[in-house]
Design a protein around this ligand. Structure first.
Ligand code: ZN
Ligand code: FE
Length: 255
């Protein structure tokens, strides 16, 4: 039976998401931005929280853990390389290891850069990825603890997932990301089409995610830093991809 997901907005612009295994009844929250919002999502779905899969230590992804664990006695799985910075962790996990939610299996991908130990979760049978603050739709996370080369390598790992992978990210930033992306690739037709789609979704009060990896390859400038036309657009023709990526990230920081 395919896994089910339930996406909900919380805090200012965070996304929460539940991943449910209908066979076993197990349910994971991907990160815990806000306990009350996760509880509301559980009520709405009727699912019982068994696991919390953490992507990184930032408060807007972890501050709901204590309350949820207290209430549900769920198992908290966190990135090994920064588990010390997260409270109430039961198990740590890293690159290539398997995260289990009932009978559903997710592969862990180390995606450092936003934070030094950031991880993402990929569930191959359902082609679902949970990427925290590494990849956003039409954007990527700020490089806070790592460096641009590290972040670029992390993004490449996510770009290598199957094109029809649906990914869930930590924030609703898509509209602002599109405004910026147009400054890098004003003539990108896929980006223009996505901009229309996103405007429609937001006008209808809907979330702009999940998006697919295949679509992002066509419209996310951060995943396109190794294309000659993108290097040229930022005045770095012939430079290594990570330098082009660094320049795009720098411009976005100032945008
Ligand atoms: Zn973060
Ligand atoms: Fe965040």
């Amino acid at each position: 039976m395919p896994a089910q997901t339930y996406l909900f907005p919380c805090l200012k612009d965070n996304f929460g998401v539940l991943l449910h295994d209908p066979q076993s009844g197990a349910t994971a929250a991907i990160d815990a931005p806000e306990a009350a919002a996760v509880e509301a999502a559980l009520q709405k779905t009727g699912w019982k929280l068994t696991d919390i899969l953490v992507t990184h230590h930032h408060a807007d992804h972890t501050q709901g853990i204590a309350e949820l664990k207290e209430h549900h006695h769920c198992r908290v799985v966190a990135p090994r390389n920064e588990a010390k910075r997260i409270a109430h962790v039961d198990a740590t996990i890293g690159e290539g290891e398997t995260a289990r939610v009932g009978g559903i299996e997710g592969k862990v991908i180390d995606t450092p850069g936003h934070t030094a130990g950031h991880i993402s979760y990929f569930f191959p049978a359902d082609k679902l990825a949970f990427v925290g603050d590494t990849l956003f739709s039409i954007g990527c996370g700020r490089v806070i603890e790592g460096n641009p080369e590290m972040m670029w390598q992390s993004l490449l790992k996510l770009r290598n997932l199957p094109d029809d992978t649906k990914f869930y990210c930590g924030h609703e930033y898509t509209a602002a990301n599109i405004r910026f992306a147009k400054t890098i690739e004003p003539d990108n037709k896929a980006l223009a089409a996505r901009a229309d789609e996103v405007a429609r979704l937001l006008a209808a009060g809907k979330a702009t995610i999940p998006a697919t990896i295949g679509a992002e390859k066509a419209d996310n400038p951060f995943l396109r830093a190794d294309l000659p036309e993108v290097a040229k657009a930022v005045g770095l023709a012939g430079s290594p991809a990570w330098k082009v990526f660094a320049e795009i990230r720098e411009r976005k920081n100032k945008f």
